[in-house]
Design a protein around this ligand. Sequence first.
Ligand code: ADP
Ligand code: ZN
Length: 219
Amino acid sequence: MRTILLGAPGAGKGSVAKLLTEFDGSVQISTGDILRAAVQEGTKLGKKAKEYMERGDLVPDSIIMEIIEVRLQEPDCKNGFILDGFPRTIAQAQELKQIIDRLNIRLDLVVNLEAPLDVLLERLETRRTCSNPSCQEIYNIKRNPPADGGKCKKCDSPVIQRADETKEAICNRLETYNSKTAPLIDFYQKEGLLKNILSLTLPETIAAIKKELNSLNKH
Ligand code: ADP
Ligand code: ZN
C-alpha cells in the first residue's frame, strides 16, 4: 500500500505509521525522523534544518523534496510506503504528484488523523522520544513510559523530550499546521483519496485504517 498520514502534531502519525508497517510490509518514511537523525549526526542537511525545527517552523520545501525524491527510489519502497509528516505544504503535495507520476506508481489512500486540540496538547507535552537517531521509538510518560532510568525498551538509549517540545515551539507547530498543512485535507479530498479517521486510542485507529485498506483491496 502507498499511504499518506496527515494530521496535526500529536495526532498520532508516528505511532500509527509504526504499527501499520507491521501490517503490510510497507516502510515508514518520516521526514521528521530523517531530519532529527541528520541534526543529531551533524550532517550538512542537519545543519540546514536545525534552526527551523527547534522553532517549530517548516524546513524549506526544496530541502524536503530532495530527501523524498531520493528516499522513494530506494528498493525497500517497492512493497509500499507510509508517508508520515510529508507532504506538509500544497507545494510539497504538487511536487510529490509529479515524482509519483515519474516513478509510474500511484497513491492508494490518504488518512487524515483527527483529534481535539486538548488531546493534541496533552499528547505533545507528555510525549518522549528515544534519542538514538536510528530508533526514535515514541513513549508517553503517563500511558507508555520508557524502562527504568528513562531508557528505551528497544535499544537502551536515553529517552528524551524533543527540542521542539517546549510550550512555545508546540504552539508554533500547531499554528504552522493550521496555516500550511491543513489545506492538504481539501487537496486530497479533491483527488478522491482522503479518509478522515478519529485518532483517540491507537488500537481503534489502527482497526479503522485496516478496514479502509481492506475495502480498497476488494475493489
Ligand atoms: P510533528 O508531526 O510532531 O510536528 P515531525 O517529526 O513530523 O513532528 O516534524 C518535526 C519537525 O521537522 C517539523 O516541525 C518541521 O520543522 C520538520 N519537518 C518534518 N517534516 C517536514 C516537511 N514535510 N516539511 C517541512 N518541514 C518538516
Ligand atoms: Zn530506542
